[in-house]
Write a protein that binds this ligand. Sequence first.
Ligand code: BEZ
Length: 415
Amino acid sequence: MKQSDFGGRIRFGDRPRPASRRDVLKRGAAAAAVVAVSAVVLPRFAIGAKTPVKVGILLPFTGVYAKLGENITDGFLMRLAEAGNKLGGREIEFVKVDDEANPAKAVDNTTKLVKGKRVDFVIGTVHSGVAAAMVKVIEKSPKTIMICPNAGNNDMTRDSCAPNVFRTSFSNWQTCYPMGPEVAKRGHKKILSVTWKYAAGQQMMDAFFEGFRKAGGGEPLEQIWIPFEDVEFQSILTKIAALKPDAVFSFFSGSGAVKFVKDYAAAIDRKQIPLYGPGFLTEGTLEAQGAAAEGIVTTLHWADTLDLPANRKFLADFKAKTGRTGDVFGVQGYDTGTLLLRAMAAVGGDTAATQQLIAAMEDTVMTDSPRGTWRMSKSHNPIQDFYLRRVEQGRNTVLGVAHAQLDDPATGCKL
Ligand code: BEZ
């Protein structure tokens, strides 16, 4: 994405020009002048206000989740551009880092942003394992606020919840729990699950079977786990065909979801063995999946066909800005922008007013989100509607609300 796509005076600070000796001298003189003036007249914030707000963006821009990172970023920047590219009256400097959806690099990447670049906010990330590592760094840096625009790791807003960690997306539990009763209602009994073996896959499968069990649906027939980022599905599909379950429940996302849905359609008759999952199976993927996705039923907190003025505007603006079709990831980025704008307006741009920033975020009631009304829970996770959707003619048609204003159980969170 080009900076000019969003207009305004946003500065991208990820590749700073090395300071020349002259720069250093100039800065030294300026700093000395500032100290002299501040000692006499200006309060601390009047000086801080002149500097840009530093926003770290830690998202995947390579690998199977690359498109998710791109759409979150574009939704976020689009929202800030709508508001004139200022936060509480201050300009914004971005530091953008590719986390590669790699948990092993996450502590290092987050530390570089927090301690090295001294960002005020960290926007990230997509992958639940990376997010868990980020929280470990952020909770030790109480003046930095993290807003998670996707990763659904339940723990972030349960046992590991922290005053300075917020999420604008979902918990993994929320996305799959409502599908349990739905699949049971459809009369399916023998369910096989298949997903990537990492926190998100495990938590989503647990949530689905929790709901399925409660609705009288019983235990899993078989659970298949594959390493994260593997997209070789042939042997799994052969196994599914041999086991003949009543239905399959699955989580994949990004380019992994494109490949899985296409391979599934090529190997298995979906009329005999229907495929269900959280909406990530068919988000940002429908153009690439084509006919292979038709008829897939999912649950999610948004749908492209949601008939709301804010959603129609979001989709039209996102298309105009990026040339691409908006998806749930773009919406989450967009709402992250709204949250940040409102909180910074509430403190008049004073990033040092951490308690007031946190209070403003905790008070959030979003009435103008493309996904419909949602509010922030006590544990800092959205309470929101989950829709039942079916792919029809290349779009996720809303069949109804699977669970209205669903709150995560937030077990162990003491906020
Ligand atoms: C996760 O790792 O939490 C995740 C990744 C992609 C889509 C949804 C959740």
